[in-house]
Write a protein that binds this ligand. Structure first.
Ligand code: FES
Length: 292
């Protein structure tokens, strides 16, 4: 079985530069609104370890799908109208989480993202019009508007899937490390060759590692950022002389603890694979728990 022709059209959105002025406007607008870092971390889903946006769309889509089924049955006008309204209001957190994630994407992903957002905005407008029409007693036009909204939100959902899975905008880009890295202790190199309190990249078993020597101890993470795969050794070392030094990603400034690999600030929501280290006869060795 081969993919449908329409998929190629959707893929072509990724390189449609005509969308760039719209991308730029949306960028300026949402960057100004979503400024506080604590708010952005929450909307990215840092405390939950997963992006919030895919979860937050469940309520509006569930409410609107339920309304579409009830609209086929007699005596359900009031409940359908309630569900249409609940869907429109509950879309607000999903919209905020979606734009927060969108701000930290590559340009091809942002183009698909603005089309996804425009389709969803149209769906919300159709549902709002449906709610108004139903309130005026115009059930038929209210139902037709709601079905048009459902078609629009379904198309938007397809684009969201393209963005999340094919363009991997919401995937953990460091997940494969534990499958690629060999089991057991591996040699990294002589400790004397590592500069103190400086980030460096070293490759072991074909995997890029981020290395930080601190006196006699060495902290090692995967060098591939879990957000969108940036090389972390090109980032900035924060808190070099504290108990919890961190690395700030060069692309979208996610911050990870060098001690634990945990996310301190998003947009990343998945931690960096953290390697155990030991020094034997002047040689640093690394081991990734559960690797292989
Ligand atoms: S690649 Fe986006 S924060 Fe690292």
């Amino acid at each position: 079985m081969r993919e449908l022709g329409i998929v190629k059209k959707i893929v072509s959105i990724e390189n449609t530069t005509a969308l760039d002025p719209l991308v730029e406007k949306a960028d300026g607008f949402w960057a100004a609104i979503l400024k506080p870092r604590a708010l952005r971390d929450l909307l990215h889903g840092v405390p939950f370890g997963h992006p919030v946006h895919p979860v937050s769309v469940q309520v509006p889509i569930g409410a609107w799908t339920s309304a579409a089924i009830l609209d086929l049955l007699p005596g359900t006008d009031a409940t359908s109208r309630l569900l249409v309204g609940v869907g429109a209001v509950s879309a607000i957190p999903a919209v905020l989480a979606g734009w927060t994630d969108w701000l930290q994407l590559h340009e091809q992903q942002k183009r698909v993202g603005v089309v996804h957002a425009a389709a969803n905005a149209t769906a919300v407008a159709l549902y709002a019009a449906s709610w108004i029409q139903r309130g005026r007693g115009k059930q038929t036009s209210g139902k037709l508007l709601a079905y048009a909204g459902l078609a629009m939100v379904s198309g938007a959902g397809y684009l969201g899937g393209h963005l999340s899975f094919r363009q991997a905008s919401a995937a953990n880009h460091a997940e494969a490390v534990q499958h690629l890295f060999p089991e057991g202790w591996q040699t990294l190199g002589p400790i004397d060759e590592l500069l103190d309190n400086e980030l460096s990249r070293m490759d072991v078993a074909g995997q890029p590692l981020l290395v930080l020597r601190r006196g006699k101890s060495v902290e090692v993470l995967s060098n591939t950022c879990s957000h969108l795969a940036a090389p972390l050794d090109e980032g900035e070392l924060l808190g070099a002389h504290t108990d919890d030094p961190c690395v700030s990603c060069p692309w979208h400034q996610s911050v990870f603890s060098m001690r634990t690999g945990e996310v301190v600030h998003g947009p990343a929501t998945a931690p960096q694979p953290k390697f155990r280290t030991r020094v034997t006869d002047g040689l640093v060795e690394v081991m990734l728990p559960n690797a292989g």
